[in-house]
Design a protein around this ligand. Structure first.
Ligand code: SAM
Length: 302
């Protein structure tokens, strides 16, 4: 049974009919994509914003009351606000840079409400694979339907579960593993245990031609974050796992040349300071990393 509500928004004095979409098929981890959208929408409203993302607000409006009461979410938002803004800009720059250097395949792994397929200026002939769980992509496609969102890239929605054979789904969508790829793992490593993180990177590495790049964010769960996720509810809090505990070693083990930075250092380049739990100072409760890596050419033989 489909639940569909309508709401009226006033845009520039015009009544706009907005369809409220069904989110009942989206699971707890899928709904975390709306939390990121909320942080991006807030950044978009700032006069000193690090990026523009008008679609984030659209997704939120289409989803309706999906995030829970503000008193349950405010601590989490305070912890993640700067991380989400800085990482978004950092990955925007990284992905655009990769395409400027000639990469024409981009894979947004666990893309959620990431609007980069429409938001970034891609060179012609770029293919952006937008990979997430089927219900999440159904929501996203429906929310974008009929919107004026030009993109020079070809966007391919890839409905896949990372715990299953997602590589086949990617290939079926036209992915070529003999060409370099710019991979993005944004807002996903936190939800994996170390074994799952190993498996994911092993799979991804097998699909990565020399010259491919990989970018991701990750952070350790300290007491403030654990308290904030507990306030979101048990279903959500139990999603937070360790992921790779040493990102640089994790990358090197799989043959990538890593550049792993502290969030605080990247944030400083943009004039921002993360929440004190992740400001890299003496009172910090753990690391918050932003990383990029490159897959070097295979050593010459003979
Ligand atoms: C916190 S959101 C991040 C979304 C997006 N990368 C961003 O930063 O805006 C986590 C996303 O991971 C996706 N995800 C989690 N587990 C997944 C799985 N097993 N297979 C595919 N997607 C998954 C969820 O559906 C959700 O969209």
């Amino acid at each position: 049974m489909r639940h569909c509500h309508t709401v009226f928004l006033t845009a520039y004095g015009t009544e706009v009919l907005l369809m409220r979409q069904d989110v009942s098929a989206i699971d707890a981890i899928g709904r975390t994509a709306f939390a990121v959208a909320a942080l991006r929408a807030a950044e978009h409203r700032r006069t000193d914003r690090l990026f523009s993302d008008p679609w984030a607000e659209q997704f939120l409006r289409a989803a309706g009351e999906v995030l829970g009461p503000p008193e349950a979410t405010e601590d989490f938002a305070a912890l993640m606000r700067t991380q989400a803004a800085v990482r978004t800009r950092f990955f925007d720059d990284h992905l655009v840079g990769a395409t400027e250097r000639g990469v024409r395949q981009v894979v947004l792994v666990a893309s959620g409400m990431d609007s980069r397929p429409w938001r970034l200026h891609w060179p012609e002939a770029t293919t952006v694979f937008d990979l997430d769980q089927a219900p999440v992509l159904r929501f996203k496609d429906e929310a974008m339907e009929g919107r004026v969102a030009h993109t020079a890239a070809t966007r391919r929605a890839v409905a896949a579960d990372l715990r299953e054979d997602w590589a086949s789904c990617l290939h079926a969508a036209g992915f070529r593993d003999d060409r370099p790829t710019a991979w993005l793992l944004e807002g996903i490593l936190y939800a994996l245990n170390e074994k799952a993180a190993e498996g994911l990177l092993a799979d991804l590495t097998r699909l990565s031609a020399p010259g491919s790049t990989l970018a991701f964010d990750h952070f350790e769960v300290g007491p403030s974050l654990r308290a904030a996720t507990d306030r979101l509810g048990a279903d959500l809090s139990r999603l937070w796992q360790s992921g790779p505990t040493d990102p640089a070693a994790w990358l090197s083990r799989h043959g990538w040349q890593p550049e792993v930075r502290e969030l605080a250092n990247v944030a400083a380049c943009f004039g921002r300071t993360p929440h004190h739990a992740y400001d890299a100072g003496p009172g910090a409760e753990g690391h918050s990393w932003l990383a990029v890596a490159i897959r070097p050419p295979a050593p010459a033989t003979g």
